[in-house]
Every structure is written in structure tokens, then in C-alpha cells.
Unconditional design. Structure first.
Length: 274
């Protein structure tokens, strides 16, 4: 493949292998001693976050030099400029969107739910996405219009249960207080979980490990790849305001998700009435 071509669905395995190799080099060896520290914005970072971003930026640029990379560990000014440049050239090569280590706080605490998330944004749409669950060595990927996969096997959402029998993945701390209180005191579902890793939340929903999803505010790098995996697996999602979750900006987005559109409608109706 020419270094000047754009990535395609046929590159899914190649890029997935890059993620796995980077994680073996820069995440797994440091799991016992992550050396986490707080950033100015109050979020956590480790040497593994920074090493993963640098490693993947170099590896992707070697094959696709025309595609810039927006990483979580860049400044907001850099991120904003990259998004503005992509929006100004909708027929251009697009932009990689990377969370080098989603679930950094889990990683720092020894909770085994974390990993890199990578998406390709082009022409105002997420076209390719990968999420690696490092500790389970599970690779989720998706290509727009070509379906989702788990370790190379086609992935489809299983049949949805009734709302009252569903398992929900809910991040309470970012929700409006009245909604969080209503869910805690009179939940419409059977049980609730929270992984602490947004990219994996989306993929575990697509795999049927959860049936419902709710998060109050997530960044573009958090949801870009995972939301494509869910959509291509047949799941449905929207914001709390009923809008598409994807927005090519730095504005945090809420997310409601479900295994199918019918269950999402029941879920969103309950939330609207709460």
C-alpha cells in the first residue's frame, strides 16, 4: 500500500496489530507500577499514556503521513486547531483521534479495565475505530458500513431484554443530580454497573455484556471508536437531548445507549419522565 493512500476497511487488522504491540511495550510492563499523577485539569496521566501516544503517532505517520493525530494528551489549543483544520478540508485525509489509555484511573488503581482507543475521522464522520481491552486481550474494531468485529469475528448486538430486566452501565457522577437520584432510588432496570473506561463501556454494550448505557459527559477521544463499534454492531445511541452523540468538537457529550432502537426508546422515555 502506498504511504499516501487513506486507510480502508482492509487495514483494520494491521492497525489493530499496532495497538496490541504498543500496549505490550508501553502498558503491560508498567501495570504493577503505573506512577500516576494529576494533570492541571484534574484528570490522571501516567508515563504509559504519554508513551502510547508518541508510539502510535509515529507508527501511524509512517504509513499515513498526511493524516494528523489528535491525542488526549495534547493541549486543548492543539486539539482545537486540528479539528478546525479537518473541518475546513472535508475532502482531505482526515484525522486520527486517539485516547492512548482510556481508563487511566483504573490502570493506576490496578483495576483491569483499560486500554487504547483509536478512530479515523474524515469528512465529518467516524469511519474506522479500534478499542483494545488490554488485560483481556480483546480487540474491538469497526468500519463504517462494514460492521463491527471482536478479535476478527463479526460482532452483532444480542437480542435486547425488557427494560426491567436489563443490566445498565451508568456513570452517576456526571449526571444531573435529579436524574442520578431517580436512578439510584427507583431504577427502571434490574442491575447497574460502571467500568470506569468509556471506550470499553461502548464495546461491552455492543457485545451484550450490558444492555443499557448512560454517561453524562465524555470527550471525543473517549467515544469516537466505541460509538462506531456499537452502531456497526446494530446498537443505538443518542445524547440526553435526543441528538446524535458524535460531534466533531471538544464539547463533552452525554450518551444514552441500548442494544436496539426499541430498548433505547424505552430507556430515553423513562429518563425524560424522571
Amino acid at each position: 500500500m502506498s504511504a499516501h493512500e487513506l486507510p480502508s476497511a482492509t487495514d483494520r487488522d494491521r492497525i489493530g496489530a499496532l495497538l496490541r504491540e504498543a500496549a505490550r511495550r508501553h502498558i503491560l510492563p508498567h501495570a504493577a507500577d503505573p506512577r500516576a499523577r494529576l494533570k492541571a485539569d484534574g484528570s490522571w496521566v501516567t508515563d504509559s499514556d504519554l508513551a502510547m501516544q508518541e508510539c502510535l503517532q509515529q507508527a501511524l505517520a509512517a504509513s499515513w503521513p498526511a493524516i494528523a493525530l489528535l491525542g488526549e494528551e495534547m493541549s486543548p489549543q492543539q486539539q482545537q486547531q486540528l479539528l478546525a483544520d479537518e473541518a475546513a478540508t472535508p475532502d482531505g485525509p482526515g484525522l486520527w483521534v486517539l485516547d492512548p489509555l482510556d481508563g487511566t484511573r483504573n490502570f493506576a488503581a490496578g483495576l483491569p479495565a483499560f486500554g487504547p482507543s483509536l478512530a479515523w475521522l474524515q469528512g465529518g464522520r467516524i469511519r474506522l475505530g479500534w478499542v483494545l481491552d488490554v488485560m483481556r486481550d480483546e480487540l474491538f474494531d469497526a468500519a463504517l458500513g462494514h460492521g463491527a468485529r471482536l478479535d476478527g469475528t463479526p460482532l452483532r448486538c444480542p437480542p435486547a431484554p425488557e427494560l426491567r430486566r436489563a443490566i445498565a452501565c451508568v456513570d452517576f457522577k456526571r449526571l444531573p443530580a435529579p436524574l442520578a437520584t431517580g436512578l439510584a432510588t427507583r431504577p427502571p432496570y434490574a442491575s447497574q454497573r460502571s467500568l470506569g473506561a468509556v471506550a470499553l463501556d461502548w464495546c461491552w454494550l455492543a457485545a451484550g455484556r450490558f444492555h443499557l448505557y448512560l454517561h453524562g459527559a465524555q470527550g471525543l477521544w473517549d467515544y469516537a471508536a466505541g460509538s462506531l463499534v456499537l452502531a456497526e454492531a446494530g446498537g443505538s445511541a443518542q445524547t440526553l437531548q435526543g441528538e446524535p452523540v458524535f460531534d466533531p468538537s471538544l464539547r463533552p457529550r452525554s450518551a444514552l445507549g441500548a442494544l436496539d432502537s426499541a430498548l433505547l426508546r424505552q430507556w430515553s422515555d423513562w429518563i425524560a419522565a424522571a
